[in-house]
Write a protein that binds this ligand. Structure first.
Ligand SMILES: *[C@@H]1O[C@H](CO)[C@@H](O)[C@H](O)[C@H]1NC(C)=O
Ligand SMILES: *[C@@H]1O[C@H](CO)[C@@H](O)[C@H](O)[C@H]1NC(C)=O
Ligand SMILES: *[C@@H]1O[C@H](CO)[C@@H](O)[C@H](O)[C@H]1NC(C)=O
Ligand SMILES: *[C@@H]1O[C@H](CO)[C@@H](O)[C@H](O)[C@H]1NC(C)=O
Length: 361
């Protein structure tokens, strides 16, 4: 987790809190949960970070703007969900364990992304994953203005995921043979949101490289490294692409090396390579109006933009976030989501000095 806004007091509190946490014996990433057999809550733990704050069975009853649904989808450019806070004006760091699903389409039992929240979206479908990168107005998704956010994934510091019990499904993988009603679980997924951008990747677990392509131990270096893309603000496009080179791997003079993110107590003074997006092709562009016909209207009576969330018993678990921070540091191409969340290798690591603990892989 990355978090920009913090105090040393909070950081100190996080240390003792986190050291008390243990890694569970039944991590979320190992839980095979067919779409047809989703339990009310996939996470049954109650210790440490507390119980799962929401639920995984999401249906027409739960499809409101205060839904606590924690089952998300990454299907297509017109049909995906983001994980974002249940309550307004919240940092990702303070809410990572309890994010809820906000979807572009009705039918998932979730909140709907509000109108005007999506400025640009690029979907790349590769042999190993579906990747969605976008530009957003994060305040419409309850994320505090100016929060540079951090990583959510199916791992987490205790193996319970962030959000705790968050499940991700897709109908975009080959196993579905084009049948949109059949969903395959993605157990390996990563997701960064903050700085008015997001990047999400759901890997196809039936492919050999899922864990590497959706590696989640690089939480301090943002979208630029974790989901290199050429997404452009204002553009909505769907492309085919090659798989990316796994995060951390780079080639110099024909020799492949792996850079590993240091422990949170160690500053990152530079990453020894510059990530490049994998080749993409067959891009189709759309207008947002043609894609997003179900978005929630904002400020209209009866469509609360500021839901009063219930059931957030996991609240406070945010103390577990690492305080690495990083300025958004728009190096060069400010239109690239990669750089917008790139957490520059040059100037973005001042906050890392305050990092307090190692993120468990
Ligand atoms: C709808 O979802 C809620 C929340 O998970 C659950 O309690 C309820 O039983 C579900 N309803 C049906 C008909 O499945
Ligand atoms: C969000 O919270 C911060 C910190 O509590 C506060 O200063 C700010 O006014 C709040 N913003 C909104 C839009 O409520
Ligand atoms: C599946 O969904 C996609 C995107 O929502 C749509 O373009 C496609 O036509 C759908 N396919 C079928 C068979 O319904
Ligand atoms: C994306 O474009 C919108 C509309 O022009 C702008 O308000 C927003 O700040 C841009 N986002 C980023 C991250 O550059």
């Amino acid at each position: 987790m990355l978090k920009l806004a913090y105090s040393s007091v909070l950081a100190a509190a996080a240390v003792s809190y986190v050291s008390a946490q243990s890694f569970v014996s039944d991590p979320l990433v190992d839980k095979v949960v067919p779409y047809t057999a989703i339990p009310y809550q996939v996470d049954q733990h109650t210790a440490d970070r507390g119980p799962q704050s929401g639920y995984n069975i999401c249906n027409s009853t739960t499809e409101t703007q205060d839904s606590m649904c924690q089952t998300g989808f990454m299907n297509h450019i017109d049909d995906f969900c983001l994980f974002a806070p249940p309550k307004p004006n919240t940092t990702i760091g303070d809410s990572e364990g309890e994010e809820v699903a906000w979807c572009t389409k009705k039918g998932h039992g979730s909140r709907l992304i509000p109108e005007g929240a999506l400025y640009g979206v690029q979907v790349v479908q590769s042999p190993g994953y579906i990747q969605i990168v976008g530009f957003i107005d994060q305040t419409k998704l309850n994320i505090a203005d100016g929060d540079y956010g951090g990583e959510l994934d199916s791992g987490g510091q205790d193996g319970r995921g962030n959000p705790i019990g968050g499940l991700v499904y897709s109908n975009a993988f080959p196993s579905n043979n084009g049948d949109n009603s059949s969903y395959q679980q993605s157990r390996h997924w990563t997701y960064f949101i903050g700085g008015n951008t997001f990047c999400a990747k759901a890997c196809d677990d039936t492919q050999p490289n899922a864990a590497a392509l959706c590696e989640h131990i690089y939480d301090r270096i943002g979208c630029a490294y974790n989901a290199p893309s050429n997404a452009k603000n204002g553009t909505f496009e769907y492309c085919k692409g090659d798989d990316m080179v796994p995060v951390g791997q780079y080639v110099v003079n024909g020799v492949t090396s792996t850079w590993t993110q240091p422990a949170e107590t160690v500053s990152i003074t530079g990453v020894p390579y510059t990530p490049t997006p994998a080749a993409s092709s067959q891009c189709t562009t759309f207008t947002s109006a043609s894609l997003y016909t179900d978005l929630a209207s904002v400020g209209v009576s009866g469509s609360p933009a500021n839901p009063s969330a219930t059931g957030s018993s996991g609240s406070g678990s945010g103390a577990s976030t690492t305080k690495s921070g990083s300025s958004p540091s728009q190096t060069g191409n400010s239109n690239s989501a990669g750089t917008a969340m790139g957490l520059s290798i040059v100037s973005g690591f001042a906050g890392v000095l305050f990092s307090v603990f190692a993120f468990a892989a």
